[in-house]
Design a protein around this ligand. Structure first.
Ligand code: ADP
Ligand code: MG
Length: 274
């Protein structure tokens, strides 16, 4: 089971769009995929046409230890399940403060289903913060993808984000690897986008050594700015269902192929503290 956290503490960089369309694209390639919506805004859930209202089980129930992942997952299309969220999840940040296992709730929950082989891919759409929900995603993940919008400020904030991955890797999850940078909302042919890519490449090649991001690569597929990607959520569809011929479907389709072709990080057994 590959567990991938899609994180960036900035909002509006393409986390949800990438999580949903990667998950949907992998499912279309025949992989069994669970998308976990970790943002209390519930955008990933809504993007797939699923609104968790009333007593609908959500990932919040997993954080409150009243339900398992198997009990909250909901099938949205062939091979694709969502563990939905809604505003209730905002309470988890506070409620977990005193819980001794607050950083490992999600990992523990995923460990319960890992054996069953129910899913080949788990994609986690993180909220725009470095709080306890994101830390749970990083503790449960073996791979981190970082969506970035290539503009002048893109690299600002990246060091804070990376030091969070380093902290989690030291304390909670030494399998954690930042494996891919996804350039989203890409303006083809602009000088700025090319410059930011060069800076990023320089940074990554300089970061040798024992960090979670050594060996990270920028995905070849750039996700161009494409209005269809912004329209698809209001129809509750992935971009592939909304318009399979648009640039957005082409770009995410290419990225899905790269993800499938990626060498997976070597997994070491996670030590359980006595
Ligand atoms: P995040 O989850 O990081 O906050 P989103 O994926 O929700 O970011 O994207 C922010 C906004 O930009 C959304 O309205 C989304 O539809 C739009 N968007 C994301 N990627 C693209 C793109 N490549 N082209 C056009 N609009 C995009
Ligand atoms: Mg989002």
């Amino acid at each position: 089971m590959r567990t991938i956290a899609i994180m960036n503490q900035k909002g509006g960089v393409g986390k949800t769009t990438s999580s949903v369309n990667l998950a949907a694209g992998l499912a279309r390639q025949g992989k069994r995929v669970l998308l976990i919506d970790l943002d209390p805004q519930g955008h990933a859930s809504l993007h797939l046409g699923y609104e968790a209202v009333g007593d609908t089980p959500t990932i919040y129930d997993v954080f409150s230890s009243v339900k398992t992942i198997g009990e909250v997952r909901h099938m949205v299309s062939d091979n694709l399940w969502i563990a939905a969220s809604n505003v209730d999840l905002a309470a988890a940040e506070l409620e977990l403060v005193d819980a001794p296992n607050r950083e490992t709730v999600l990992r523990d929950a995923l460990n319960l289903i890992a054996e069953s082989n129910a899913f080949e891919y788990v994609i986690m759409d993180c909220p725009p913060s470095l709080g306890v929900l994101t830390v749970n995603a990083l503790t449960a993940a073996s791979e981190v993808f970082i969506p970035l919008q290539p503009h002048f400020f893109a690299l600002q904030g990246l060091s804070k984000l990376l030091s969070t991955t380093a902290l989690v890797s030291r304390r909670l999850n030494r399998n954690l690897k930042v494996t891919g940078i996804m350039l989203c909302l890409y303006e083809t042919g602009t000088r700025l986008a090319a410059d930011v890519c060069d800076d990023l490449n320089d940074f990554l090649t300089r970061s040798e050594g024992d960090t979670p991001w050594s060996g990270a690569k920028i995905f070849e597929s750039r996700i161009r700015r494409n209005i269809k990607l912004a329209e698809a959520p209001s129809y509750g569809q992935s971009v592939f269902d909304y318009d399979s011929k648009c640039n957005g479907a082409e770009d995410y389709g290419n990225m899905v192929n790269e993800v499938l072709a990626m060498q997976q990080p070597v997994q070491e057994p996670i030590r359980i503290a006595a």
